[in-house]
Design a protein around this ligand. Structure first.
Ligand code: FAD
Length: 454
């Protein structure tokens, strides 16, 4: 249930054994891909440019399995740079540009760098796929808010520089509730002063999912949300929105935890407690407006629409909140094939100024799992208790981490537990991380894989 990257990963791994498994995939949306959605942006010449509107990029050094998948599918990758700019009234903070605001906050930047150096020393414990060493890191148990307090980092720096950076790159509003270790791990890739090299996929995520599902596209039922799931001793009965009920031996719930809980008839106390405890936020990133209205971007010497991946504008106003931002993703810069676009490819979240309705292509709503200390310490340890009970399995970002790599791994891990082969065992590093996240998703009884040589 659910054709996001987790559900498709599970279905793909199972579909590679056609004699062993007979699969069906139910997806509520009209197309597969979950959060990975590509839009065709109209151009002045009458043509279109395909650009992703949500999931756009990855970091190869931590996406070992996703990189293997793209290579396996023959999808070309393309380098890009993520470079943000923030406007607070007349003040500007931007990657790779010296501004008066940056100079004023130089002391905070230095304090923040000291914090990074200290936490990073302990983070070496989290960089190996080992639960034992990871558990020793004290910064797993401290929120980022507390760490910033300890290092004396000002509220102004937090609101004007750091939170916009995270809101922009990690797409989460409650950034300071994250464990300090996780926050600082992100800072291995992003920097407060300089832009970040990233990698994207040619043709958008649509192209990735089209190749991934080639062997089982006829088994994916889009526009067919599941409404009820009833577990009996002879199997699981799945009822869809058309009122059609089918019986299965096993079900994999590859949708968000709150959606999964809503489907389960007579959930156990453990299912109610654990699935209900996963938090989702729809704060700043609740609604995305996909549009081509460049008037939402500033027209200044920074040339935001030509050089930046994202523009963050402090919303201001009479009921001013210091962390209320309007965020515009400049997709024609994030995905380089769009940089010749005559009409801009833009996605605005938390739009305080509405784009010209004539230039609005679509509106989407997203949910983001909240990786607070409770989730990473308590729920990650307890969610595996649900796996396989009453023939019901769970995968998705909430069972591992909120990224394409980790959601994909959770799908592969559940398929593995059901007996499917792990496809990338020839890559030692990918296999070690697969085992690590497999245990996160399924607990100690996860059927780990031995790396193959060659
Ligand atoms: C705006 C945004 C940008 C992101 N950018 C990046 C990025 O650049 N790089 C990156 O690595 N990660 C990014 N992420 C994170 C990444 O997208 C997620 O971690 C990943 O998509 C989670 O995949 P999933 O399969 O768990 O869930 P989803 O992608 O949410 O898929 C769940 C699916 O379940 C379906 N479903 C729900 N209920 C039912 C039902 N009752 N019946 C049938 N189907 C149902 C939904 O329609 C959906 O298709 C981004 C996320 C968002 C929201």
């Amino acid at each position: 249930m659910g054709a996001g990257v987790a559900g498709l990963g599970a279905a793909w791994a199972l579909s590679r054994h056609p004699g062993r498994y007979d699969i069906e995939v139910y997806e509520a949306a009209p197309t597969p891909g979950g959060n990975g959605r590509t839009a065709d942006f109209p151009q002045r010449d009458g043509g279109t440019v395909p650009a992703d509107i949500a999931v756009t990029a990855f970091i190869p050094s931590v996406y070992q399995n996703y990189v293997e998948l793209l290579a396996h599918l023959g999808i070309d990758t393309v380098g890009t740079r993520f470079r943000y700019a923030v406007h607070h009234g007349d003040e500007v903070y931007a990657h790779d540009v010296d501004t008066p605001l940056r100079r004023r906050l130089a002391g905070d930047i230095a304090a923040f760098r000291r914090l990074l150096r200290t936490v990073d020393r302990f983070n070496t414990l989290n960089k190996r796929p080992s639960w034992t060493t990871a558990a020793l890191n004290p910064f797993n148990y401290v929120t980022m808010r507390r760490a910033l307090d300890l290092w004396g980092v000002s509220q102004e720096f937090r609101h004007k520089v750091l939170k916009p950076l995270f809101v922009n790159f990690v797409l989460t509003s409650g950034v300071y509730a994250m464990p300090a270790s996780m926050f600082v791990r992100y800072m291995d890739f992003f920097d407060v002063e300089h832009s970040t090299p990233m990698v994207t996929w040619r043709g958008g995520t649509r192209a990735v999912y089209a190749r991934l599902t080639e062997g089982f596209a006829d088994r994916i039922h889009t526009g067919r949300p599941v409404t009820e799931l009833t577990r009996w001793p002879d199997g699981v009965y799945v009822r869809d929105a058309n009122g059609v009920t089918e019986r299965f031996d096993q079900v994999i719930l590859a949708c968000n935890a709150n959606h999964a809980l809503a489907l389960l008839q007579r959930p156990t106390a453990l299912e109610r407690g654990l699935l209900g405890a996963v938090r989702y936020e729809a704060g700043l990133h609740g609604e995305a407006v996909v549009h081509t209205d460049a008037s939402l971007l500033p027209d200044d010497e920074l040339d935001v629409s030509g050089t930046r991946s994202t523009f963050v504008r402090h919303a201001g106003g009479p009921h001013d909140r210091p962390d209320d931002y309007e965020i515009t993703y400049i997709m024609h810069n994030q995905q380089p094939w769009g940089d010749g676009a005559a009409s801009p490819c833009l996605v605005t979240y938390n739009a305080h100024r509405q784009p010209d309705p004539e230039k609005v292509l679509a509106r989407h709503r997203f949910q983001h799992v909240v990786h607070d200390v409770r989730h990473t310490l308590v729920l990650h340890a307890l969610l595996p208790l649900l796996q396989g009970r009453r023939n019901t399995w769970y995968c998705g970002a909430h069972t591992t981490l909120n990224s394409q790599e980790h959601a994909f791994l959770s799908g592969l891990a559940v398929a593995r537990q059901l007996g499917a082969d792990y496809p990338f065992a020839a890559n030692r590093d990918a296999t070690r991380w697969f085992n690590f996240y497999g245990r996160m998703c399924l607990g100690a009884r996860f059927r780990t894989v031995r790396p193959r040589s060659g």
